[in-house]
Design a protein around this ligand. Structure first.
Ligand code: MG
Length: 445
């Protein structure tokens, strides 16, 4: 059976994710959701509209009623799923990928993103699609104003008084994407002084690539410094991930955005936090100081939302700047995350907040491993950890924990290599750990 679902849905360029395939996937998705009301949204990519039309046709053909949200950020669409009590959601978005890519992200009625594993059930249904009788095909309605509702809800969930009292100066890098539909309005309405960059929505991504890496947000860093702003904020093209630039022009990586979010959340509400095994220990340290537990999941947003849906955790997040606030949805929301951190900036400068976080150094490498050797390498590292009676987490690769450091060995999902990543309070120790585990992997490959 052909596999279409990856970690985050069905992804490809137009000659792979064709309108025909999008329709077939959507038919199976409709059957998987057992008809009902399914929301559909798209980001601003040039292939988005035609793929969205194909998705809607597929869903209606198997009897789903479609609610067309039009162009929306991913967090806006996921928020609307809860608001409208939908039975499911399909977002046509390739998130942080290059402009020629697109993808179908499928979310169930509970707000849980469909993982690769659950995607397999949908793939099976693709082989036995049954169209509805002519009189029972689904209808279609258009829902306008989703951005407005999303902005309003975020404003209800942050301390507007604190922000309006300080009126921070923010530079917003909107990635020429859908974040332009939400972020400028949100922060202007909260009385921030706002300067925007890459604010024209354009599927060619003329300003910068979609992923908000340090290299890609140099324009933002320059503007923050030139204008003496309090912070710079950059989203990926569909707005679920967010990173910051502090008032001195230093890039604040995703891991730190999550750690700051944990600090903010646990001050007000105690509970478990959920994160992936590839995330910095800083978040767990902060949770521990607050008497709260950290639950680790496999890498990938669907696994975070699955864990969050159990209802015990107050916050979830991953190392690339995606944070889940369950009060708004079970999806990463780069706008509420940004608003919460702006709240913190109103108390003291962002650089001081970042300096106050647990400080770790990290080292990341890739080891080439042909074919199934990568899985053999993981198995051997696991056996080594068991034999040495080390404290490890085996949900995704092997993460071995030590008192002030940890190392993870994980197979790449799509390429022929194994990632080795270590983090420690002490840089030399992180380097030594990576060397030690690199050797173990190489011996197995
Ligand atoms: Mg994204």
């Amino acid at each position: 059976m052909a596999r279409y679902f990856g970690t985050n849905g069905v992804r490809g360029k137009l000659d792979e994710l064709t309108p025909e395939l999008a329709m077939k996937v959507a038919q199976a998705v409709g059957m998987y959701f057992r008809k009902g009301k399914v929301l559909v949204a798209k980001d601003h990519r040039l292939t988005g509209e035609l793929l969205k039309d194909a998705v809607m046709a597929g869903l209606q053909g198997v009897g789903c009623d479609v609610v067309d949200l039009g162009m929306a950020t991913a967090p806006t669409a996921e928020f609307m799923l809860r608001e409208l009590k939908g039975d499911g959601l399909v977002i046509v978005t390739a998130s942080h990928n290059p402009p020629e890519w697109n993808a179908l992200k499928v979310v169930d009625g509970k707000g849980i993103t469909v993982s690769r594993e659950r995607g397999e059930e949908i793939e099976k249904l693709m082989e036995k699609v049954k169209l509805a009788e002519w009189g029972k095909v689904g209808g279609k309605s258009v829902q306008q104003g989703a951005d407005r509702q999303h902005i309003n809800r975020i404003k209800e969930l942050v301390d507007k008084g604190k922000i309006a009292g300080r009126k921070p100066f923010l530079v917003l890098d909107l990635a020429n994407g859908t974040p332009a539909l939400v972020a400028p309005q949100l922060f202007k309405e909260m009385e921030c002084k706002v300067l925007t960059l890459n604010s024209a929505i354009d599927g060619h991504f003329p300003g910068r690539p979609s992923e908000p890496t340090e290299k890609n947000v140099q324009g933002l860093i320059r503007l923050v410094k030139e204008n003496g702003a309090d912070a710079g904020i950059a989203w990926d093209g569909d707005g679920d991930r967010v990173v910051f630039v502090d008032e001195k022009g230093n890039y604040v990586v995703g891991d730190k955005v999550f750690a700051l979010s944990v600090l903010h959340k646990l001050k007000k509400e105690k509970g478990d936090i959920v994160t992936t095994v590839a995330t910095s220990r800083a978040a767990e340290d902060i949770a521990g100081e607050n008497g709260c537990k950290t639950v680790y999941t496999k890498v990938g947003a669907p696994y975070l939302s699955e864990e969050m849906a159990k209802g015990k955790a107050v916050l979830g997040g991953e190392e690339v700047g995606g944070v889940i606030w369950p009060e708004i949805s079970l999806a990463k929301d780069g706008f509420i995350t940004a608003a919460k951190i702006v709240e913190m900036v109103c108390e003291k400068p962002l650089s001081e907040w970042v300096a106050g976080l647990p400080q770790y150094s990290n080292v990341k490498i890739k080891v080439e491993c042909k074919g199934d050797d990568k899985y053999k390498a993981i198995k051997e590292v696991k056996e080594f950890a068991e034999k040495e009676k080390l404290d490890f987490i085996g949900v995704d690769g092997v993460r071995v924990n030590f008192e002030d450091s940890w190392v993870i060995v994980r197979p790449s999902g799509t390429e022929h290599y194994v990632r080795v990543f270590a983090e420690s309070r002490d840089k030399e120790k992180a380097e030594a750990l990576v060397k030690e585990y690199e050797k173990l992997v190489k011996e197995a490959c």
